[in-house]
Design a protein around this ligand. Structure first.
Ligand code: SF4
Length: 327
C-alpha cells in the first residue's frame, strides 16, 4: 500500500504561561506514523493522551500555543513528498481539505449557525476550487449528497433544524466533498446515540471505500477499532506505545495498557466485571520518570521507573514500547 502521510519523530508541545512561569505540555512526543492508502488507521487511548493534538499536526492545523518542536510530516502526493512544516502557510492551506480533511468532535464548530447548509457548501467549495461559481458549487454539493445517500432537502435547512446525527453526516459530507486522499476523524461519534454512532461510522467507512482514501480514526471506543480499523496505534502520555495490525493487537496485545483497554470492552454473554486501567493518565505537564505508565502498571520493574522503554519488534507489523518485550 502507498504511503499518503508520513510522520517522523513528531514533537508538538503546548507552551503556556502559568502563574507567570513558562510551562511545556509535551502533548505529542517523538511519534512516528504512516497513513497508508486504502487503510483505516485507528488511534486509541484515554482522554488527554495526545490523540487530538497529533491529528492537528497531521491536518496542518498547528496554531499557538501549540508548536511543532521537532520532526517531520510529509504529504505524499503522487511522486512528490511535501515537507508540510517547511513550506509557507499559504501552501499548507492549499493541502488542507483537498489532500487531508478533518471531521471534528462537534459538528457545530464547523457549520455556521446563521447560514443554510447549501450556503456553507457553496462558500466552502468556491473558496477551495477557484473557477467554480456558486451554481456549479451547489450542483457539486447535490451530487455529493446523492453519492452519500443523504436527502437534498437538508441543503435548505439551517444547522439547528437538523438532528445531531444529521448534522454530523453533513459535516462528513462537507469534509469529503473535495475528495481528499486522507480523512481524519476525531471522536466523530461523541454525544450521539448508539444507533446513530453506527450509521456515522458506516458512512465514514463507505466514503473511504468509494474514494479509495485513507481514514484516520481517533476514538477511545475499542469496540469501534475492533470492528472497522485494520491498523491500530495506541497512544499513552503523548507517545505511541503499541502499534500493528488491529487483529494482531487484539489477539496478542503486548503492552499492559493495551491489555487493559481490550479487557475493558464488554463481551456478549460475559457478565464478569470489566477491568479498566487502575488510576488515571498522568498530567502531560508533569510526566513520571522512565515509562510513563509505571505508576499504573502491575508488572513494573525497577528499570521501568528510571528508563523510558525502547520500541521492540514483536513481528514485522507489530511494535511495542515496553521493557517486558525486551526478551
Ligand atoms: Fe509496565 Fe515497565 Fe512495561 Fe512500562 S515498561 S508498561 S512499567 S512493564
Amino acid at each position: 500500500m502507498k504511503t499518503l502521510i508520513e510522520a517522523k519523530k513528531v514533537k508538538a508541545y503546548y507552551v503556556l504561561e502559568i502563574f507567570g512561569k513558562q510551562r511545556t505540555v509535551r502533548a505529542v512526543d517523538e511519534v512516528d506514523l504512516d497513513v497508508l492508502e486504502g487503510s483505516i488507521h485507528g488511534i486509541a487511548g484515554e482522554s488527554g493522551c495526545g490523540k487530538t493534538t497529533f491529528l492537528k499536526v497531521l491536518f496542518a492545523a498547528v496554531e499557538p500555543p501549540l508548536r511543532m518542536v521537532d520532526g517531520k510530516v510529509y504529504y505524499v502526493d503522487g511522486t512528490k513528498a511535501i515537507d508540510l512544516y517547511s513550506v509557507e502557510e499559504s501552501e499548507r492551506k492549499r493541502f488542507r481539505w483537498s489532500f487531508a480533511s478533518y471531521v471534528p468532535q462537534g459538528s457545530m464548530s464547523v457549520l455556521n449557525p446563521v447560514l443554510k447548509i447549501k450556503d456553507t457548501f457553496r462558500d466552502f467549495i468556491s473558496s477551495h476550487l477557484k473557477g467554480k461559481n456558486k451554481n456549479e458549487a451547489y450542483e457539486m454539493a447535490k451530487e455529493h449528497l446523492k453519492e452519500l445517500g443523504l436527502p437534498f432537502k437538508i441543503l435548505d435547512a439551517y444547522p439547528h433544524q437538523l438532528s445531531g446525527g444529521m448534522r454530523q453526516r453533513v459535516t462528513i459530507a462537507l469534509a469529503t466533498v473535495l475528495k481528499p486522499k486522507v480523512i481524519i476523524a476525531d471522536e466523530a461519534t461523541t454525544a450521539l446515540d448508539v444507533v446513530t454512532q453506527r450509521a456515522v461510522i458506516q458512512l465514514l467507512k463507505d466514503i473511504q471505500t468509494w474514494q479509495h482514501s485513507a481514514l484516520v480514526l481517533v476514538t477511545h471506543d475499542m469496540g469501534v477499532h475492533a470492528n472497522i480499523t485494520n491498523l491500530l496505534s495506541v497512544m499513552y502520555a503523548g507517545k505511541v506505545i503499541e502499534e500493528g495490525r488491529t487483529e494482531e493487537l487484539f489477539d496478542n496485545p503486548k503492552h499492559p495498557y493495551t491489555q487493559y483497554l481490550i479487557k475493558s470492552l464488554p463481551r456478549f454473554g460475559d457478565r464478569s466485571k470489566r477491568e479498566s486501567p487502575p488510576g488515571s493518565p498522568p498530567s502531560l505537564l508533569n510526566l513520571p520518570s522512565g515509562c510513563a505508565f509505571h505508576p499504573r502498571c502491575p508488572f513494573k520493574m525497577q528499570k521501568c521507573e528510571k528508563e523510558q522503554p525502547t520500541t521492540f519488534k514483536v513481528s514485522e507489523s507489530h511494535k511495542v514500547a515496553c521493557w517486558l518485550a525486551e526478551g
